[in-house]
Design a protein around this ligand. Structure first.
Ligand code: TPP
Ligand code: MG
Length: 322
């Protein structure tokens, strides 16, 4: 039983669809050579990304994201045209067209943005969480990361200090089974990443990261726990990236059978089926959500194409050290 209303569940699905259509458009543009730089897509990870983002957004909390943070950014309500503008190197893009795919952010909705440094989110999240305590804002921080970051010093030092200082932070790891081409079992001797919570005396849970409603409920509870003064919470969301790691990835490290098996667990398909089975939406309503999400992306692309090209003479704006 979800704590979300029917309308909120529809909105959750709609945001997941928007994220999927947005990324499929980026994939197409990237293949045609229409994008600058690289691009990390989260196709297949929409339940964990959008579900967790919605929990933070509903509670007025803050988030910090990895290089694969489009799903969360869209889930927290960012304007698609500003994101598309960023991808196209436009002045009105969220980072003035300077950052691209790995530098989405949206302060208005509490999204402090992506970082390209694997494991970089942990210490920043601790600093953000300490600020919330110091300033008594009553907010918590959703710290997103991937399985590839959990053997960095940042992970261990940050979990330790967050535990000792009882910081209001939820460490949310999307375990998509690979760090680039490296399978998670090659780099870790524990089965569940959430077992690592024990070493720091904090609660840890492994959840179905392709079940958007479960992700939303657990992340909401974890954020509430963190804000109650109990300290940090670790969540491992099991999911799968259906696309390649980035622009150039022939995916020879995994079998087509494995990809096909995970496609059967597609998070958008699963939520749509749940909604039909529980009479939360009709086929026609689901189709309408699909169509709207598709149109939104095209409108955003048109708007972004009309934006100004980032100006070369502004290139040293925001550069604070040489
Ligand atoms: C400190 C650092 N080391 C290496 C890299 C290169 N790199 C980019 S993504 C990535 C894999 C990250 O894997 P994971 O944390 O599982 O996230 P996923 O890409 O699966 O979402 C690596 C090693 C980096 N960006 N930063
Ligand atoms: Mg990974």
């Amino acid at each position: 039983m979800s704590s979300l209303t029917n309308e909120e569940i529809k909105d959750l699905l709609y945001n997941m669809l928007k994220a999927r259509r947005f990324e499929e458009k980026l994939q197409e543009m990237s293949r045609k050579g229409q994008l600058y730089g690289t691009c990390h897509l989260g196709i297949g990870q929409e339940a964990s990304g959008v579900g967790a983002a919605l929990a933070a957004l509903h509670d007025g909390d803050l988030a910090i994201l990895t290089h694969r943070g489009h799903n969360q950014t869209i889930g927290m309500g960012a304007d698609l045209s500003v994101l598309m503008g960023e991808m196209l190197g436009k002045e009105q893009g969220c980072a003035g067209g300077r950052g691209g795919s790995m530098h989405f952010f949206d302060l208005e909705h509490g999204n402090y943005g992506e970082t390209g440094v694997v494991g970089g989110t942990y210490p920043i999240a601790c600093g953000m969480a300490f600020t919330q305590v110091y300033k008594k804002t009553g907010k918590a921080v959703l710290c997103c990361s991937g399985d590839g970051s959990v053997n960095t010093g940042n992970f261990h030092e940050s979990l330790n200090i967050a535990s000792v200082m009882k910081l209001p932070v939820v460490f949310f790891i999307e375990n998509n089974l690979y760090a680039m081409s490296t399978p998670v079992e090659n780099t870790m001797s524990v089965i569940s990443l959430s077992d690592r919570a024990q070493a720091y005396g904090i609660p840890g849970m492994t959840i179905d990261g392709n079940d958007a409603l479960e992700v939303y409920e657990i992340v909401t509870k974890a954020l509430e726990y963190a804000k109650s003064g109990e300290g940090p919470f670790l969540i491992e969301a099991l999911t799968y990236r259906q696309c390649g790691h980035s622009k150039n990835d022939d995916q020879c490290y995994r079998s087509q059978q494995e990809v096909d098996n995970w496609r059967q667990e597609d998070p958008i398909y699963r939520l749509s089926e749940y909604m039909k089975e529980n009479h939360l939406a009709t086929e026609a309503e689901l189709y309408e959500l699909e169509r709207k999400a598709f149109d939104d992306v095209l409108v955003a692309l048109n708007k972004a194409q009309d934006m100004d090209e980032a100006k070369v003479q502004n290139v040293d704006r925001f550069v604070y050290a040489e």
